[in-house]
Design a protein around this ligand. Sequence first.
Ligand code: FES
Ligand code: FES
Length: 157
Amino acid sequence: MRATLVHRITVNGVLREVSVPPSTTLLAALREQCGLTGTKFNCEQGECGACTVLMDELPVNTCLVLAASADGHDVVTVEGIDGPGPSVVQQAIMATDASQCGYCTPGMVVSATALIARCPKPTREDVDEAISGNYCRCTGYESIITAIEQAAQARSE
Ligand code: FES
Ligand code: FES
């Protein structure tokens, strides 16, 4: 029988107990224990950003974080960004057609939301830097950058 550890993680404002083997990543725990599949599996090497969530308000690649390391921490996934309904970033992505296959979109939303929270009026360079760890194979990035700029503007009005 495989050993399991119990971790208490606040996920989208709700305290969750996850019981997982010690080597389980936060990505697997969120998807398989919490049913939050908006956070995507992809490279599992910290290179694509599809698995990005906020941990204590900072973006992290959950494929590189053990569930054990999230014990006692506050995690926000794409499902919890801005509460129910589409967030300002999600609305801007829809308005600018900045999502095609959509696989990168949850990670982009999380990274963009973190940027706007810490930098309400980001420059183009700020946006580039904020999503530099998020790969998109479909859009060429311009529409995503436009969406983030529009979201920041909408948020500051
Ligand atoms: S799946 Fe985590 S960075 Fe790619
Ligand atoms: S929309 Fe397909 S990877 Fe970004």
